[in-house]
Design a binder for this molecule. Structure first.
Ligand code: AMP
Length: 583
């Protein structure tokens, strides 16, 4: 563990990507297979491989208690130190420095740390977890404690993303980077990927269902002419304003994942029963929206995100809420079906496979009747239904999974017509897709284009907040936000919140709990919150670090569905700026 921690310090000490990669590659190469596998997982900032369901469930309370216990520092002192570092690992390193040693300090192997993490994950209740974490931290040096705590909090902060770890694996074992990335995507375990790479067996990696594959993303465009400048044969779908969801279905088991890779199956009890009836195992990609069933009952329309929002963030969904705000899963892609990985097939082939998959009635499994399925769900989700609710759940299940309609367009005017029709249906705009493109997970390329009403919007990360004026004097309502420049966040603007009072109040609490510095009325905060901002145009400016400023920026909404690393980059900013000056 000490060697690992020292390596992390060396990685943090350089800002150069190539140097970071070389340090990681050299380090991994020097280790035995088991240690190297554990190291890659930890270097990705995780205690466990991505596909594994275990979570430590060690929150701030447990962490502070253990650090407080071992260091003898009070909560006030720890908070003060945390404010200086903004990172729990560094707090551990600083405060545990002078504590009396308990026995000889043995060098801990990474596989032992992994086992300790598994024990912590398996332990029930905060007391048991606290004792185990304490035991782990008690026997290590402050530098080791620093990195153990960083892994526990899921953030190493040494400027190393998983993609760089993949590059390091490729370079250490002389394997093609594309193969390393693909294997890691399929199996969701960077440690196992390293083993395969070291054995020259990357090609043997097989998809592991029930761990999410990264989503393919769309680039913003501003006009229909621009859309057709990238490709001519366009598939056109409405852009639904809901949450992106990837459904994994195998042998009647269903799990649904959000863009942040969190499992959200429980939030939508209506969907699994419908998806379980698919004729084949599959991974589907689509959007979950609040759905209004029309009087005819045969079709419906998507409702705005604000309606769906009322159903989000709840552990258990009541039957009443399901009835009040029905949802539909509009499926627009298929990544895997009937044992075949479909990512490399062109869009038009995937579309056909999806048509067939969803054309068959999504019958509930033949051996069960609908009310049996409904009661199975009641048990699984510990829901209690009245008789009528049971019928309700059973009856709506079929209509909850729908094939998102696809049109094609070859000219700008056809796109305009489709755009207007989509807006008339209450949708955000269009997503225009290259009929010949493969599915490229995690990439925002030009094969999928999104056309919305605003000139352009940017997804930005909040870096600092200030108290407002007038009636907003007591709340943090002025946000400074940034985009990515490589591994760094550079500020690009500031906006007075366009959020609701309730949202501002909630965000104020969050920011106060996650501040990393304070000067006057301004707080620096952990860069975790993503916002979508709209603006009228963009200017060059020396006022912000990014070198750009936005004119009339306004917050469109919070994007809890996005992680900080999903926010836009300076390259996108440059593109928008340049486009604006060419038209
Ligand atoms: P944005 O959230 O503005 O970055 O736009 C991209 C998002 O649009 C995707 O992540 C999806 O959640 C959503 N979306 C809505 N409809 C579609 C569609 N037909 N195809 C792809 N993405 C869609």
């Amino acid at each position: 563990m000490l060697h690992f921690a020292e390596t992390c310090e060396a990685i943090a000490a350089t800002t150069k990507k190539m140097e970071k990669k070389a340090i990681v590659a050299g380090y991994l190469w020097s280790l035995a297979a088991d240690e190297a596998a554990a190291a890659t997982i930890f270097l990705s900032g995780r205690p466990f491989p991505a596909y594994e369901e275990q979570t430590l469930q060690v929150g701030g309370a447990i962490l502070w208690q253990v650090i407080g216990d071992l260091s003898g520092k009070s909560e006030v002192e720890l908070t003060e130190i945390y404010r200086r570092h903004g990172d729990a690992g560094s707090v551990a390193a600083e405060t545990l420095q002078h504590r009396p040693k308990s026995g000889p300090v043995a060098d801990l192997r990474l596989t032992e740390v992994r086992e300790a993490f598994s024990e912590i994950a398996a332990a029930r209740g905060p007391a048991a977890k606290t004792a185990l974490l304490r035991a782990l931290l008690e026997g290590v040096t402050p530098l080791e404690a620093k990195y153990i705590v960083k892994i526990v909090t899921g953030d190493l902060r040494i400027g190393l993303k998983e993609s760089l770890v993949e590059e390091a694996i490729a370079s250490a074992f002389e394997a093609p980077l594309e193969q390393v990335k693909r294997a890691n995507m399929l199996i969701g375990d960077v440690g196992e990927t390293l083993r395969l790479a070291s054995a020259g067996k990357l090609a043997e990696a097989r998809l592991r269902l029930f761990h999410p594959i990264d989503f393919m993303l769309a680039s913003p465009i501003e006009s229909s002419e621009e859309a057709l400048s990238y490709f001519q044969n366009a598939a056109v779908e409405d852009k639904y304003d809901g949450i992106r969801a990837q459904a994994h279905v195998s042998q009647g088991e269903v799990r649904i994942f959000s863009r942040t890779r969190d499992e959200i199956t429980e939030s939508f009890p209506e969907l699994p029963s419908a998806l379980a009836g698919l004729p084949q195992d599959a991974i589907l990609d689509g959007e979950i929206v609040a759905w209004s069933v029309t009087a005819a009952g045969s079709s419906g329309r998507a409702l705005p995100f604000s309606t769906l929002q009322q159903r989000l963030g709840r552990k258990k969904v009541s039957a009443t809420l399901m009835r009040k705000i029905p949802v539909a899963y509009l499926v627009f892609d298929v990544l895997y079906a009937d044992g075949e990985l479909l990512l490399d097939r062109p869009f038009h082939e995937r579309a056909k496979i999806l048509d067939q998959l969803l054309a068959a009635p999504l019958a509930v499994p033949i051996s069960m009747n609908r009310s049996a399925v409904a009661s199975q769900f009641q048990k699984q989700h510990s829901l209690s239904f009245e008789d009528s609710d049971e019928n309700f759940l059973a009856n709506i299940s079929r209509e909850n999974v729908l094939r998102a309609p696809v049109a094609t367009a070859k000219s700008a005017s056809e796109l305009e017509t489709l755009f207007t029709a989509a807006r008339d249906r209450g949708n955000e705009g269009l997503v225009i897709k290259d009929l010949d493109s493969p599915y490229t997970p995690g990439r925002r390329g030009k094969a999928w284009l999104k056309m919305k009403r605003e000139l352009a919007t940017l997804d930005v990360v909040v870096t600092a907040v200030e108290y407002g004026h007038g009636k907003r004097i007591g709340v943090l309502s002025d946000y400074t936000f940034a985009v990515w420049d490589g591994e760094r966040l550079v500020n690009i603007g500031k906006a007075y919140s366009g959020l609701t009072d309730a949202e501002i109040a909630e965000m104020t609490q969050w920011f106060l709990a996650h501040k990393t510095g304070e000067r006057g009325l301004r707080l620096a905060v952990e860069p975790k919150i993503v916002l979508e901002v709209a603006f009228n145009n963009m200017m060059r400016s020396t006022r912000h670090e990014s070198g750009y400023a936005l004119r009339f920026p306004r917050i469109v909404r919070l994007r809890p569905d996005k992680r900080a690393e999903d926010a836009d980059t300076i390259e996108t900013v440059k593109e928008i700026f340049e486009r604006q000056h060419h038209t």
